[in-house]
Design a protein around this ligand. Structure first.
Ligand SMILES: NC(=O)c1ccc[n+]([C@@H]2O[C@H](COP(=O)([O-])OP(=O)(O)OC[C@H]3O[C@@H](n4cnc5c(N)ncnc54)[C@H](OP(=O)(O)O)[C@@H]3O)[C@@H](O)[C@H]2O)c1
Length: 299
């Protein structure tokens, strides 16, 4: 069903997900995209005043303290950004009859399950990042019927480099690249996510909690190997397409515990919108051809 043009206020537009969403939605909606330094969500009073000064139908929160190791160390900042700020946004949106679309994470799960997590599975975060994000979800969901929490995982998109972009860069200068082979999730295309979420601009669709990621699952190693194979096919001068396996336990620099299995079921999203996310391999292929292929191979 076509969605009528909306006034969308996007917070955290310097981020990977929000920056990509802003670009996708600009074509059909009036998008105002805020990022630092005009926005500091760590100051709840200033955030409230800022929201009061804008007119919007849809508020999108793409901010977050997303470095999971930093969250273990800067615990209070993580709590304010990931928990307190979404509550301020949810109350501001609800008070004016606007929908808040807030993003959360597969890291609210501890990763002990062996089948895809649904929205009704009980979340048990294994680190401070996941704990603050889960509390932020609850702030949003407690506010009213317009609030919407979208859990995503392993986001890639044009607005900011992610794991796959870093790996493609490394493979252009190094013969040996490696990635974790015993941690599993589902990549999420930020560009695809813009399409999955747009139907919710229609307030007749129910808010609440949703999982949104591409179909299929993989380890970081499989994810990286597919990225390098596609990059090579697209004409990117990579020196290898082999990604050597390493174990999560070997990542001694990691501070935060991480879930080893955090695949999200998107059945609810499909049942409400009728949209079935395509396989991550297809989305990633499109992304790499658009973003990384030398101009001569795309024309
Ligand atoms: N990327 C993933 O794989 C992934 C996976 C699961 C869930 N998510 C969720 O998706 C959402 C977006 O993530 P992302 O990947 O787009 O992360 P990102 O690239 O790190 O973007 C987050 C943005 O929030 C901004 N921010 C942080 N603290 C702020 C503050 N006090 N005031 C204003 N802005 C602030 C950051 O600005 P600075 O860069 O200037 O700090 C950054 O632009 C988050 O809710 C995250 O939990 C992401």
């Amino acid at each position: 069903m076509p969605v009528s043009p909306k006034k969308i206020l996007i917070l955290g537009a310097g981020g990977r997900l929000a920056g990509s969403l802003a670009e996708c939605w600009r074509a059909h909606h009036k998008v105002t995209a805020l990022k630092r330094p005009e926005l500091n969500v760590a100051d709840p009073g200033a955030l409230e005043r800022l929201l009061d000064s804008y007119d919007f139908d849809i508020l999108v929160n793409g901010t977050g303290l997303t470095n999971v190791d930093r969250c273990e160390q800067d615990r209070e900042e993580a709590r304010v950004v990931n928990t307190v700020a979404p509550g301020v946004m949810a109350r501001s949106a609800e008070a004016r009859g606007a929908r808040l679309i807030h993003f959360s994470t597969d890291y609210v799960f501890d990763g002990t399950q062996r089948e895809p997590y649904t929205e009704s599975d009980v979340a048990h975060p294994c680190g401070w990042y996941g704990a603050t994000k889960l509390d932020g979800e609850n702030e949003v969901l407690a506010t009213g019927r317009l609030g919407m929490v979208v859990r995503v995982s392993w986001v890639f998109g044009p607005a900011k480099p992610s794991f796959v972009d870093a790996l493609i860069s490394r493979a252009q200068t190094e013969d040996h690249v490696e990635a974790i082979a015993d941690k599993f999730s589902s990549p999420t295309s930020a560009v695809d996510a813009a399409e999955w979420i747009e139907p919710f601009f229609n307030l007749d669709l129910p808010g609440g909690l949703y999982h949104a990621c591409n179909a299929g699952e993989c380890s970081w190693q499989e994810y990286g190997a597919h990225a390098l194979a596609v990059a090579s096919e697209a004409g990117v001068p990579v020196r290898t397409t082999t990604v050597a396996p390493i174990r999560l336990a070997d990542m001694k620099q990691f501070i935060a515990p991480r879930p080893i299995f955090s695949i999200l079921s998107t059945r609810k999203l499909t049942s409400v919108t009728g949209i079935s996310p395509r396989h991550w391999r297809d989305s990633l292929r499109d992304y790499i051809f658009k973003k990384h292929a030398p101009l001569s191979s795309t024309t």
